[in-house]
Design a protein around this ligand. Structure first.
Ligand SMILES: [Zn+2]
Length: 316
């Protein structure tokens, strides 16, 4: 795997981040509750993670990038969560987040929804990730458990990952209801950090459930675009957009400020237990929407295989 750069992130106290989230969220939601709690047991439903928590030696990894997908695909860009875990000095890490599946493994293009514990010297990997693709039979979303059909831990092209030891610990619980502003849930929290901390980069990972309402998600087509995708419009024409229903469990990674690593600043992928999943854009039911999430700051940022030539297309 290619070059890795890293830096320490700014890690405010959980109390401070909670206050900053609260201020930002209150501008965007009618009802906002933010508090510090013990992380609930995430092995339980609806999460069903292979680990209990999202605490311990937290890191964010931004692997590859959109320039490996557009304007034209780089099929050679294949990665492995176990290799990434070693690159970020955390073998056995639990990783959640959003990315692309390996075309080499699947034979098609698909969304990857990460929930995987990497292998360690003493244990094999436990891959609880999901893949979302476009069902060729009817054009609907096809959500599958990765391990149902695949035995490797590969992914491709680009991914935004929050990694930790997967331990229990203190996390920030966020509950909001009824959206009154334009920002999506993640952008709202990220923008509040940016406003407060400026160019001190704060990175956050976590999981949240859209408990009520519906959301706009996309799934990448099974085939990569034959024509180069030059503009955001080209990308939007190529992607398949859906309105999906709650409950959606969303794996989210965001960074308040790019310290010069050509980062994707936020990326959230969702899975469900009713066959829907994909890339989160926003909710479509502001009056009834309810979000309930658990978040933790990351101590370090790792940038793996940063594209040499970059652009800002397709980062929504
Ligand atoms: Zn995505």
């Amino acid at each position: 795997m290619a070059e890795t750069e890293s830096c320490a992130l700014h890690v405010p106290a959980l109390e401070d981040i909670s206050e900053v989230f609260k201020v930002g969220l209150q501008k965007n939601y009618a009802e906002v509750h933010v508090r510090i709690v013990d992380c609930p047991d995430l092995t339980q439903t609806p999460f069903c993670f292979p680990v209990k928590g999202i605490c311990g030696k937290s890191r964010i990894a931004d692997v590859g990038g959109v320039p490996y997908l557009v304007p034209t695909v780089r099929l050679d860009k294949i990665y492995n969560v176990n290799t990434v875990a070693k690159k970020i000095n955390l073998p056995g890490a639990y990783m959640l987040g959003a990315g692309a599946a390996s075309h080499r493994t699947l034979g098609i293009n698909a969304e990857m929804i990460f929930s995987v514990q990497a292998e360690s010297t003493t244990s094999p990997s436990v891959n609880g990730s999901y893949i979302a693709s476009v069902n060729p039979a009817d054009g609907n979303c096809l959500l599958e458990k990765y391990k149902d059909n695949h035995t490797d831990d590969e992914f491709g092209l680009l991914s935004n990952i929050y990694a930790s030891e997967g331990k229990p610990g203190k996390v920030i619980e966020v509950i909001v209801k009824k959206r009154t502003g334009e920002d999506n849930f993640v952008s709202c929290m990220r923008n509040s950090l940016k406003t407060h901390y400026g160019d001190k980069a704060v990175g956050i990972g976590g999981t949240f459930v859209i408990e009520e309402g519906k959301a706009k998600l996309h799934v990448m087509p099974r085939e990569f675009s034959a024509c180069p995708l030059i503009t955001d419009d080209d990308v939007d024409q190529w992607l398949k957009f859906y309105e999906m229903k709650a409950p959606l469990i969303c794996q989210s990674v965001f960074v308040s400020h790019d310290p010069g690593f050509d980062l994707r600043l936020e990326h959230t992928h969702c899975f469900s237990h009713h066959g829907e999943g994909g890339h989160y854009h926003t909710d479509t039911t502001p009056d009834t929407v309810q979000y309930h999430g658990y978040f933790h700051p990351a101590e370090f940022l790792y940038r793996i295989d940063k594209p040499a030539v970059t652009h800002v297309v397709g980062r929504d």
